[in-house]
Design a protein around this ligand. Sequence first.
Ligand code: 4FV
Length: 257
Amino acid sequence: MRVQVLTIFPELFEPFLSTSLIGKAREKGLLEVRVHDLRDSTEDRHRSVDDEPYGGGGGMVMTAPPWIRAVRAASEGRPAWRVLLSPQGARLDDAKVRELATREDLVLLCGRYEGIDERVRQTVVDEEISIGDYVLSGGELPAMVLIEALSRQVPGVVGLADSVANDSFRSGLLDYPHYTRPPVVEGLAVPEVLTSGNHAAILRWREREALRATLEKRPDLLERPEVLGALTREQKRVLQEMREEVKEKGERLLARP
Ligand code: 4FV
């Protein structure tokens, strides 16, 4: 996978791209990331990338020509899927990450200021992606979030130990609780099943706890047909059991004087 990033703050990416899994993946040639300074695509001696908004209203808007030049230069010779990170974009989730990970070439546009001239979207943007319903000062952090999520989809980037297959959301459920040494922390012990050596029991416990965590923390995920459809008969039975537990607990609470 090759990712090209267009930004006016290329220096923000250096530590991120040279550290941990992503740093190693680039060294191993599993992932190619090139960061371009948008100002290198300006033609005026002030290398300006922003201007006053037509219609007034405060704040500055990023002007279109440098973006159009930069995107066309970045996708020269190898057609790329061009993604603008913006709050107006489709919400980034596991399914979207896996979809984008099937693409060979990505160009990521990182905006700043109040936003980018609309004609950039109309000419050199294939898709807009948002990492969440809040406004940041730039698209650089969203681009890093996307690159990190994509990198985990590239075979060989994430070691077998913590394989992507177990990642939350892969099965549509949240992850089960994890424990490691010491065996007792603040008087809290590790669930016995995890030190039992009984792998079938451990698997069953983890499936239950993934369901419990999802029911408690993200019940909305269990409304998704693709998630429900992926549950085993046993998981469906356990889920029903847990829903009844929650309901009874709720009724008991309500019944309390
Ligand atoms: C954003 C988001 C985001 C908006 C104006 C950059 C900022 C500034 N990007 N998901 N949320 N972008 O807030 O992707 O130009």
